[in-house]
Design a protein around this ligand. Structure first.
Ligand code: A3P
Length: 303
C-alpha cells in the first residue's frame, strides 16, 4: 500500500478540482483516503463497541497530539508503541478507506480517530457507552496551521496568500467544511454522548493536568511515574523527534517538510503574526455571529 493511503491528510484545500476531492453531502474530502463507500461504511455500517474511544477533531486542532497521548495512556507511559507504529495505524480514522481492515479485528478498547462532522459520524454512537473526546482549538490558529499544511502537502492546492486562504476558511470552503458547523454540531451532542471536551490551549497550558482529566474520563489510573512518562513523550520536542508521528515516513514529494514541518510551531497564538488588524476584526465579527448561541467559554474568548 502506498503510504498516502494511510495518511491523516487533515488539510484544507482551495476548491474541488478534478478527481482530487470527494464531495460527500456537500463536504469536501481528500479522495486519496476517502471514498463515498468509506464514508457510508463509517456512517451506517461501522459497529461501535462499548469500550471504543473516539478522538474527534476538526483538522489541525491537535489530532496527532491526542493520538500520541491516548496511545501512551493505554501503554501506561511506555513509549515503545508510539516509537514503532505510526498514528494512522495505532489510532486509525474511521472514515478512511483503510478503516475496516485496521479496526474490525482489533481487540478492545479500540482507539479511533475522526474528523467527521457529527452528521456523518457513525450513527451507532447514539445509545452506546463508547467515549468521545472532542478537542477544539482557536479557529484563528487552526486557519494558520491549515494554511502552512496546504503549502507543504502536494495533494492540496498551495494557497496564493494568507488573506485568500482566510477568506476560504471563513466561508467554510476548505476540507471538512466550516469550523463553526463542526464545533457547534459536536457541542450540541455534548449531553447526549459519553463526551469529554478539551481544548488545544489547555493541553498546552497544563499537559499534566489535561492527562489527568483524560485518565479520569477513561477510568484509567496512572501512577506518578507513568503520568510523567506520558507527559514527557507527548511533549512537542519529543514528538518532533519521533519519526513515527512527525510524518517523516511520508515521502517528500507528498509532504515537503522543507516548506513547512508537519509539527510546525506547536503553540497557541501564532495567528497574531498572520492576521492584519482588519482581518482580525472581520474574523471577530464572524465569530461573534456564528457562536452567539454557544454557551461555552473557550480560552481564546478571554484573550
Ligand atoms: P501548528 O501548525 O500550529 O504547529 P493535527 O494533528 O490535528 O493535524 O494538528 C497539527 C497541529 O498540532 C500543528 O499545529 C502541530 O504542531 C500541533 N501539535 C502536534 N503535537 C503537538 C504537541 N505535542 N504540542 C503542541 N502542539 C502540537
Amino acid at each position: 500500500m502506498r503510504i498516502t493511503a494511510c495518511l491523516s491528510l487533515p488539510a484544507g484545500s482551495m476548491a474541488a478540482s478534478g478527481s482530487r476531492w470527494l464531495l460527500y453531502e456537500g463536504l469536501m474530502l481528500p479522495a486519496v483516503v476517502h471514498s463515498a463507500e468509506s464514508i457510508s461504511y463509517a456512517q451506517h455500517h461501522f459497529q461501535v463497541r462499548p469500550r471504543d474511544v473516539f478522538i474527534v477533531t476538526y483538522p489541525k486542532s491537535g489530532t496527532t497530539w491526542m493520538q500520541e497521548l491516548l496511545t501512551l495512556i493505554q501503554c501506561r507511559g511506555d513509549p515503545q508503541l508510539v516509537r514503532s507504529v505510526p498514528p494512522w495505524e495505532r489510532v486509525p480514522w474511521v472514515e478512511h478507506i483503510t478503516a475496516a481492515g485496521y479496526l474490525e479485528n482489533r481487540p478492545c478498547p479500540r482507539l479511533i480517530s475522526s474528523h467527521l462532522p457529527c452528521n456523518l459520524f457513525p450513527t451507532a454512537i447514539h445509545g452506546s457507552s463508547a467515549k468521545v473526546i472532542y478537542t477544539v482549538r482557536n479557529p484563528r490558529d487552526v486557519c494558520v496551521s491549515l494554511y502552512y499544511y496546504s503549502k507543504m502537502a502536494s495533494f492540496l492546492e498551495s494557497p496564493e496568500d494568507f488573506g485568500e486562504f482566510l477568506k476560504l476558511f471563513s466561508a467554510g470552503k476548505v476540507l471538512f467544511g466550516s469550523w463553526f458547523q463542526h464545533v457547534k454540531g459536536w457541542l450540541g451532542l455534548r449531553d447526549r454522548l459519553n463526551f469529554l471536551l478539551l481544548t488545544y490551549e489547555e493541553l498546552h497550558q497544563d499537559l499534566r493536568g489535561s492527562v489527568q482529566r483524560i485518565c479520569q474520563f477513561l477510568g484509567e489510573e496512572l501512577d506518578a511515574r507513568a503520568l510523567e512518562a506520558v507527559v514527557d513523550n507527548a511533549s512537542f520536542q519529543a514528538m518532533k523527534q519521533n519519526n513515527m508521528c512527525n510524518y517523516s515516513l511520508v515521502p517528500e514529494d507528498i509532504m515537503d517538510q522543507r516548506i513547512s514541518p508537519f509539527l510546525r510551531k506547536g503553540s497557541p497564538g501564532d495567528w497574531k503574526g498572520h492576521f492584519t488588524v482588519a482581518q482580525s476584526q472581520a474574523f471577530d465579527q464572524l465569530y461573534r455571529e456564528q457562536m452567539q448561541d454557544v454557551h461555552v467559554q473557550f480560552p481564546w474568548d478571554q484573550a
